[in-house]
Design a protein around this ligand. Sequence first.
Ligand code: ZN
Length: 318
Amino acid sequence: MMQEPLFMQPVFQEKIWGGNRLHTVFGFDLPSDKIGEDWAISAHPHGRSVILNGTYQGMTLDQLWAEHKELFGQPSEEVFPLLIKILDAEDDLSVQVHPDDEYGKQHAGELGKTECWYIIDANPGAEIIYGHQAKTKEELTQMIQEGRWDDLLKRVPVKKGDFFFVPSGTIHAIGKGIMILETQQSSDTTYRVYDYDRKDNQGNTRELHIQQSIDVTTVPASTPQLAVKEIRKGNSALTTYLETEFFNVYEWQVKGELTIDAKGPYTLMTVIEGFGYLVVDGKEYELKMGTSCIIPNGIQQWQIKGDVKIIASDTAKK
Ligand code: ZN
């Protein structure tokens, strides 16, 4: 049977820090003006992708993972391991940290969360929080208890095209005015360390998870070094941002036509700029901003045509 790419219906998540750039920039019809996240490719129970086309149209990704393992190269993992999001932060996200797999399994009954961010856009002066200054757990605990946030938290200015690796245990926050494409483990476990003492309309603050945050934060903070590799082919470029045990992340910048070979058992892709076509066995599929799909195991080579930028990912095991 001829295999087809699996196109995903976006799942929009309303957030108090969200905005409307998923509409104004990406052209999605949004249910509100406070949409913080598009879960572009997800098998997570908090927002499951539905397949839009082909033989499996109408099925959810978690269903496909359970019932059609051949599409993913007969994986051994129980759950689909990745989650792809586009985030629009109109306001600052809370300062947070995620557990690793061991802590996540034990305390939240799901995977931990290692994640990474491609900065799609950032307003002038936009910053992220990325890491901390504490030398020991005791110091971390004390600084949190005393609310010495300016001493504790490391701020980093960002611009369009930057890339950040955020392993589990890293204290982090996306600042206002930033849009990112996030590639992460399929997990929704977040421990909130600090929320800028913000209150909602009812005067309530959001729940914090101080003890869990202290438990899972890596001390001292490690700043991962990226070994970014770029291969140019004509006017196009293939960039490898990251190769980890959880996922590998690539950028495909296509001007004209580019042939790509599968590196993992299946490949996830999301269009973040421009317009083009994905060509599989001579059949063309339209790619516009926000289009997401999985290229299943049976497709080993494909072409991208047009003037288009894509963030793609796969898992380490071939
Ligand atoms: Zn996070």
